[in-house]
Design a protein around this ligand. Structure first.
Ligand SMILES: Cc1cc2nc3c(=O)[nH]c(=O)nc-3n(C[C@H](O)[C@H](O)[C@H](O)COP(=O)(O)O)c2cc1C
Length: 686
């Protein structure tokens, strides 16, 4: 069946204005059932027969040139079929209800269209790999007209919705115009810098974000949302398809420029309407891109932002899903379980870097051991990062996971449940203690709705990742299903991945959930073996009567479920909270990415016990930020063997204790970088 199919003469086709050359190879007899699909690697050029005179073809079918495979198409693509065939095909199309029927309709006959030969393919892939956004090292050499023309032609070949070709290219060389645009960009740069947490702003100051005055040519790419008329095919339901199309033209331009040795830098630090006015563009146009173009000294191997430590590259395996979102698998691989994959990547501290850190601490100009606990933290950071001195954990982000609890119905707290959602709104508005502390220590605040009972409006800074609108009451049944517990853990893993890929070098845990200290106490009781009375605390400050009730609630839940600490996900599902599960994920995710995670209070302690039961080496990444006033927290820290950095009777949550500890962790890493050694400073040792 892989031999040359017998070609049939083309059917009579009305002449069209388009220059169409098609061959419809007929199937070999044993292929007629349509089960044979030929991959490109198996394809063999069919040998066309000369057209039969009686067929009176109006489509000219040239014989393929030497070494050139002929173009074959699926029967469905051709309008050369008889009415009978069309009816059949229509019935098939409309009647196809099962996946099998769909697959049947797509069976191909004949060889597939050939790809490029390996050298050509490599050239295409190479230009995609080696295209860079350039802001530094531009030269003033002029760009010859023919070169710029080739680049613009490439852009103009881009795909577009309904073939509307909505783009225009305004080529700017005028120094005056470029100066005007530069001023606008500088204003936006300042506004953006002011909006950044201190940890980020420091980094941003060092970055160049445009090369408007350094390049001989700037190109403005616009989209006309009205082009193609009212009925543009495909834009009807999605008006954004017009700007998407123009963005594809930008990518074509960018790739073609790279092939010409031209650097391109995309500048988006503009107010779009202000830009339209400054450039004197028609008001109905949208500006899609402002590009700085010129010859360069070199093309960096990696994105400049990556080289500057602003961001990290996300692996392909994080973003390819098989059949349904969440079943991550690269082609040819079995889908991998996110939790299992994350756990498999967690490693103990690196012994070599750890040893170097101890050695360096001894050589630093201070008495050995004089930094006490901070020396241990600096060694941990070295072992975790496998580098001595370790990277300074800045910028940092606190992930505040918010969720509600069915056990609230048991009267474990005087605070109404809606306070969870109200406090989330407060965090987003910047009015909570965590915001003040985060501003002070320069950390980003990231709020994650993993299970708040109320619907929360979309707001910048809020990640909507609700597994369910609150857990069920653990005294009457499991708080969540096992699947939900895993899903919430995955929310935490994904949050860790996102924050680390965005360039954060330390993660902090935070949480908000009215009644969540009840779930924390239950978890801590299971993993420490302590009696509920020893680990149940006053949370927000409840009275004796409520404390007694809360303790009984924990006891009843444990008696009902008899949770088995050897099954940590099962324990989470029966008596945990969505925010506890998400913190478990954040810890595992941080550890798998060799990024330190600073734990906040009792809920983080409870989550760390669960995480340790899943992957003992997770503790390599964990630093206890503080000791809270909750008795359960002390029990958890003792069991974990972690010594808290701050001990100030805080009992707020929200990540506040972890935020206060952040400068201590950063200071110890910085000391490793900046403190002189006895030899380098010429200081005599004792
Ligand atoms: C839509 C878009 C807007 C961008 N805006 C800017 C910008 O304003 N300033 C800048 O320096 N880089 C900008 N870039 C470049 C990105 O930072 C760059 O593409 C990214 O860091 C990856 O690097 P690479 O393009 O070299 O692979 C933009 C890129 C895109 C796709």
């Amino acid at each position: 069946p892989q031999g040359s199919p017998t070609p049939q003469p083309p059917q009579s086709t009305p002449a069209s204005a388009e220059d169409v050359t098609v061959v419809l190879p007929g199937p070999a007899p044993d292929e007629q059932a349509g089960h044979h699909v030929q991959g490109p690697q198996q394809s063999q050029a069919a040998v066309p027969q000369p057209a039969q005179p009686e067929a009176e073809p109006v489509v000219i079918v040239p014989a393929p040139r030497e070494g050139e495979a002929e173009l074959a198409q699926n029967a469905d693509d051709l309008d050369t079929r008889g009415a009978e065939q069309e009816d059949l095909a229509d019935q098939e199309r409309h009647g196809a209800e099962s996946a099998a029927a769909v697959a049947e309709a797509r069976q191909s006959t004949g060889p597939a269209a050939p790809g490029y030969d390996p050298a050509e393919r490599e050239a295409v892939l190479k230009v995609m790999r080696e295209r860079r956004d350039i802001r530094n090292g531009f030269r003033s050499d002029p760009i010859p007209h023919d070169v710029l023309l080739r680049v613009l032609e490439a852009a103009h070949h881009a795909p577009s919705v309904g073939h509307s070709q909505p783009w225009d290219f305004v080529v700017i060389r005028s120094a005056d115009t470029r100066r005007t645009m530069h001023e606008l960009a500088m204003r936006q740069r300042d506004a953006y810098a002011k909006s950044l947490p201190k940890g980020r702003a420091k980094q941003f100051k060092e970055l160049k974000i445009e090369a408007i005055l350094d390049t001989p040519v700037n190109i403005v790419v616009t989209a006309d949302p009205t082009r193609g008329g009212r009925h543009t095919l495909g834009r009807h339901t999605q008006p954004q398809m017009a700007p998407y199309s123009a963005a594809l033209a930008v990518e074509n331009l960018w790739l073609a420029a790279r092939a010409e040795g031209l650097g391109v830098g995309w500048v988006s630090f503009f107010d779009e309407r202000e830009m339209v006015r400054a450039l004197g563009l028609p008001e109905h146009l949208e500006v899609i891109a402002y590009l700085c173009v010129g010859y360069v000294d070199e093309f960096p191997d990696e994105p400049e932002l990556l080289q500057a430590g602003w961001s990290k590259r996300r692996p392909l395996s994080w973003v390819v899903h098989e059949e349904t979102y969440g079943r991550r698998a690269l082609p040819g691989e079995e889908p991998h379980d996110l939790l299992a994959e994350t756990v498999a990547q967690i490693r103990p501290l690196d012994a070599k870097a750890l040893g170097e850190a101890w050695e360096r601490q001894k050589r630093m100009t201070k008495p050995a051991g004089a930094l006490g606990m901070l020396e241990i933290i600096s060694a941990q950071l070295s072992g975790l990062s496998r580098q001595c001195p370790p990277p300074i954990p800045e910028p940092a982000a606190v992930a505040i996971f918010a969720g509600d609890h069915g056990v609230h119905a048991q009267g474990v707290t005087p605070w109404p449940q809606e306070v969870t959602a109200q406090m989330v709104a407060n965090f987003l508005g910047g009015g909570a203690v965590c915001n003040a502390f985060a501003t002070q220590v320069g950390a980003e605040v990231c709020i994650v709705d993993v299970g708040v009972a109320a619907d929360l409006p979309a707001t910048p800074g809020l990640l909507p990742r609700k597994v369910r609108a609150g857990t069920s009451d653990m005294t009457t049944g499991p708080a969540m299903t096992r699947e939900e517990a895993k899903q919430a853990i995955e929310v935490g893993i994904d949050t860790a991945r996102d924050l680390v890929a965005a360039g954060n070098k330390a993660l902090l845990t935070g949480e908000m959930g009215i009644a969540n200290t009840t779930a924390s106490a239950a978890l801590i009781s299971v993993f420490t073996g302590a009696d509920p009375a020893e680990v149940t605390g006053r949370g927000t400050g409840i009275n004796d009567e409520t404390l007694a009730r809360k303790t009984e609630v924990v006891r009843r839940a444990l008696e009902l479920h008899q949770p088995d600490p050897a099954d940590p996900v099962g324990v989470l599902a029966t008596i945990g909270g969505f925010e506890h599960a998400a913190i478990v994920g954040l810890l595992l995710g941080g550890a798998s990415l060799r990024t330190p995670v600073i734990l906040d209070g009792v809920s983080a302690g409870a989550a760390a016990l669960v995480a340790r039961a899943i992957a003992p080496e997770v503790l390599a990444a964990c630093i206890a930020g503080h000791r809270s006033a909750e008795p359960g927290h002390v029990a958890a820290l003792n069991k974990l063997g972690l010594r808290p950095l701050v001990d100030l009777d805080l009992r707020l949550g929200e990540g506040t204790g972890a935020l206060l500890a952040l400068p201590l962790v950063q200071s110890t890493a910085r000391a490793m970088h900046e403190v002189a050694t006895f030899d380098s400073a010429g200081v005599t040792e004792k």
